[in-house]
Design a binder for this molecule. Structure first.
Ligand code: NDP
Length: 383
C-alpha cells in the first residue's frame, strides 16, 4: 500500500536525503506536501518531480516566484508561516520535520496536534519546547520517531528493552572538524562547516564544530528517552561508526553501527517497525580497522557543559540556550563574530536571561525564544 509523506524543510540536507529514499521507493511512497524557506528553484524542481498536492515557501516575498515556477503543474502554491502549519496538518502517514532551528517548532506542533507520526530531525524544536511538546505528543496520541542518528541508534537499541533496566545511554560525538585545531579564534566558517564524516546543513555543521550539537542532543535524548540526566553520557568517537549505545543493568551494552549517511536513520523511521532497502554498501569493519573513543574536552568546547546545566535547570533554560546559539551561529556564519565567541555569548545569555516560570504553552516558548534572541543580539552589538 502506498504511504504519504509530507516533508518540512524539503530543500535541506535531511529533506533531500528523505526525497532520495522516496525516489528509490516510489511504489511505496507518495509526497503530500513539500516546504522550504526561500529556495524557490529547488522547491519547484522537487515539486515537479514528486507531484505533491501543495508546495509552501515560508518567505512570503517569494510567493509570486513559486506560483510562476509551478504554473501549469496543478500543484497548489502557498506561502508564509501559517501555510507551513497548514501543510503540516494535511492528511498524511508521516511528517518529516527537517526545518532547521526553532522556526520548525510551530509546524511540528501542528502535526503533533493532528496525532500524526512525526519523524523528527528538527532537534531545536524539541530542545526549545521540551515538556510542552512531549505533553502534546501524549495528549494527541502522536508518535515521535527520532531521525537524529544518535537518537535513532538509541531508539533501535531500546527495541525490546525497558527504560527501567537502562543503566546509561552514551551519545557518540565525532568531535567535529576542529577537535585537533589549536587556535579556535581564527577558525573560518568554511573550516567550521567542513565536517569530517557527515555532509550536513551549515547550522548543524557549526554546531558539530562547537559541540553544541551534542549539547542539544543531550537535551533531546532526555526528552525522547526519559532517564535521569546523570545516566546520559557523551563520548568522542571520531570514526562515527557507532552512532550511540545503551547499557543495561545486567552489564550488556547494545550499540547501533552504520555508515555516516542520514538515509540510514531516515529509512529506519520511514519503515518502522519494519526495514527497507537503502543504497548503503555493507559495513566493512576490517577496512575501517580501528574504532577509538575519548572523553570530551569541555574546557576547549564548553557547549556540552552549558547544555547539561541548562537541562538540569530545566524550564525555560534549554529554549534560551538554543535561541542564543542560533543567533551566535548565524553571526559567526555572517562573519560578524569569531568562532570562539559562540559559547561565550550563549553562556552570557543563559546567565543574564531573566528566566520566566516554566513554559506551559507554545506561546510561552515563543516568548522565551524571542527574549533570548534579543538578549543575544545585544551581546553581539557589544562584542
Ligand atoms: P539545512 O540547512 O540543510 O536545511 C534546512 C531546511 O529548512 C531547508 O529546507 C530550508 O529552506 C528550511 N528552512 C530554513 N529556515 C527556515 C525557516 N525560517 N522557515 C521554514 N523553513 C526553513 O538543514 P539540515 O537538513 O542539515 O538540518 C535540518 C534539521 O535536521 C536541523 O534541525 C538539524 O539539526 C537536524 N539534523 C540534520 C542532520 C543532517 O545530517 N543534516 C543530522 C541530524 C539532525 P531553504 O532551503 O529554502 O533555506
Amino acid at each position: 500500500m502506498t504511504r504519504t509523506i509530507s516533508i518540512l524543510g524539503a530543500t535541506g540536507s535531511v529533506g533531500a536525503s528523505t526525497l532520495d529514499l522516496v525516489r528509490r521507493n516510489s511504489d511505496a511512497w507518495r509526497v503530500g506536501a513539500l516546504t522550504a524557506h526561500s529556495n524557490v528553484q529547488e522547491l519547484a524542481a522537487q515539486a515537479r518531480e514528486f507531484g505533491p498536492e501543495i508546495a509552501v515557501i515560508a518567505d512570503e516575498a517569494r510567493y509570486g516566484d513559486l506560483k510562476v515556477a509551478l504554473s501549469g503543474s496543478g500543484i497548489e502554491a502557498a506561502a508564509g508561516r501559517s501555510a507551513l502549519c497548514e501543510a503540516a496538518e494535511r492528511p498524511t502517514d508521516v511528517v518529516m520535520a527537517a526545518i532547521v532551528g526553532c522556526a520548525g517548532l510551530a509546524p511540528v506542533m501542528a502535526a503533533i496536534k493532528q496525532g500524526y507520526t512525526v519523524a523528527l530531525a528538527n532537534k531545536e524544536a524539541l530542545v526549545s519546547a521540551g515538556e510542552v511538546m512531549t505533553a502534546a505528543v501524549e495528549a494527541h496520541g502522536a508518535t515521535l520517531l527520532p531521525v537524529d542518528s544518535e537518537h535513532n541508534a538509541i531508539f533501535q537499541c531500546l527495541q525490546g528493552g525497558n527504560l527501567a533496566d537502562v543503566r546509561s545511554i552514551t551519545l557518540t560525538a565525532s568531535g567535529g572538524p576542529l577537535r585537533l585545531v589549536d587556535d579556535l579564534d581564527s577558525v573560518t566558517p568554511q573550516q567550521a562547516i567542513a565536517h569530517p564524516n557527515w555532509d550536513m546543513g551549515a547550522k548543524i555543521s557549526v554546531d558539530s564544530a562547537t559541540m553544541f550539537n551534542k549539547g542539544l542532543e543531550l537535551i533531546e535524548a532526555h526528552h525522547l528517552f526519559p532517564v535521569s540526566l546523570d545516566k546520559i553520557r557523551i563520548v568522542v568517537h571520531p570514526q562515527s561508526v557507532i552512532h550511540s549505545m545503551v547499557e543495561y543493568r545486567d552489564g550488556s551494552t547494545l550499540a547501533q553501527l552504520g555508515p555516516s549517511d542520514m538515509r540510514v536513520p531516515i529509512a529506519s523511521c520511514l519503515a518502522y517497525p519494519r526495514r527497507m532497502d537503502t543504497p548503503m554498501a555493507p559495513l566493512d569493519l576490517a577496512a575501517i580497522g580501528e574504532l577509538s573513543f575519548f572523553a570530551p574536552d569541555e574546557v576547549r568546547f564548553p557547549a556540552t557543559k552549558l547544555a547539561r546545566q541548562a537541562a538540569e535547570a530545566g524550564g525555560a533554560a534549554p529554549a534560551v540556550l538554543n535561541a542564543a546559539n542560533e543567533i551566535a551561529v548565524a553571526a559567526f556564519l555572517a562573519g560578524k563574530i569569531r568562532f570562539s565567541r559562540i559559547p561565550v555569548i550563549v553562556e552570557a545569555v543563559l546567565n543574564t536571561a531573566n528566566l520566566p516560570p516554566d513554559p506551559q504553552t507554545l506561546d510561552d516558548v515563543f516568548l522565551v525564544d524571542s527574549a533570548a534572541r534579543q538578549l543575544a543580539e545585544e551581546y553581539l552589538e557589544k562584542d
